[in-house]
Each structure stands twice: as C-alpha cells, then as structure tokens.
Design a protein around this ligand. Structure first.
Ligand SMILES: [Zn+2]
Length: 95
C-alpha cells in the first residue's frame, strides 16, 4: 500500500467515524450514563430480553424513546444485554 492509499483509507475511516458520531441520538455523557446504568442493572438482575432498564433510564432522563431505541436497534441492541454488548461497543469505537 503506498502512502496515498494509506491517506485515503485514513480519511475514509475519519469520515465513517464522523458519520457514526453525527447519528448518536444523545450527547456522549448521556450515552455513557445510559450504558453504565444498564450495565449495572444487568449485572445485578440479568437481562429479561426486553428494554426494561434502557426504557427506565430514557424516561428518567426525558429523552426521546423512539429515536434512542431506533439507534440502539440499528447497532445490534434489541434488549438490555445487547445494548451493552453491541451498541455500547459501537459508541466506544466512534465517540
Ligand atoms: Zn438480553
């Protein structure tokens, strides 16, 4: 790979990251708070394969449930344990 290709690849990666960040449904501190809270509850009580902890957090923080759940879905989060396993991972990699 010559340096031109490397630059292009780097540029592409940077753009992908920017797109991912632009699609985040909330600020980083809010997302961090959501993931931390859901993680703690799933560790304590397990996942019942619904969004019970996620939805609880969303209501408590007065966020738009549909847009947050949409975003979680599109990054592999279909219940609380997948929110931490998949969506949190996507966020960590692009924040
Ligand atoms: Zn689950």
């Amino acid at each position: 790979m010559n340096s031109n290709d490397r630059d292009r690849k780097k540029e592409w990666k940077r753009e992908q990251r920017q797109l991912a960040r632009a699609a985040f449904p909330m600020s980083d501190p809010l997302l961090e708070s959501l993931f931390n809270m859901v993680n703690e509850h799933v560790e304590d009580s397990g996942c019942d394969h619904t969004f019970r902890f996620t939805k609880h957090w969303i209501a408590e923080h007065r966020q738009a449930e549909a847009s947050v759940l949409d975003w979680l879905n599109s990054h592999g989060g279909f219940c609380d344990c997948e929110v931490i396993a998949n969506a949190a991972d996507h966020w960590e990699q692009n924040r």
